[in-house]
Design a protein. Structure first.
Length: 113
């Protein structure tokens, strides 16, 4: 699927649909535009993690990790699972993994600046 062609033949309904999808994309990008949230997603790409594991991996305080997880959960990017006292987090769907792969390729891969 390529980018949409928007020109004088594009109907108002098509433009409204594109605008709605642009809003969804902007919300998604805002959610991952914080270094802490991006790093959480990077760690979750490899699999489910507890809050304690994320604290250790990020060298961050529990309050900071929980705040970022809350935002990611609110935006539908991660899902929690409780097991006893531990809360495990995982990616909600494939979108975060795909974007993390692209960001890695652009900024960390062999072709990165």
């Amino acid at each position: 699927m390529g980018l949409p062609k928007i020109d004088e033949s594009t109907t108002e309904a098509e433009i409204e649909e594109i605008a709605a999808k642009a809003q969804d994309a902007a919300t998604f990008l805002k959610a991952i535009s914080h270094e802490g949230r991006l790093m959480i997603l990077c760690h979750l790409v490899s699999g489910e993690k507890t809050v304690t594991e994320l604290e250790r991996l990020l060298s961050a305080r529990q309050a900071a990790v929980s705040q970022q997880l809350s935002r990611l959960r609110l935006e539908g990017l991660v899902v929690p699972r409780r097991e006893g006292k531990a809360i495990y987090y995982s990616l909600a769907d494939d979108r975060p993994r795909k974007i993390i792969e692209l960001v890695y390729e652009l900024f960390c891969g062999d072709d990165a600046r």
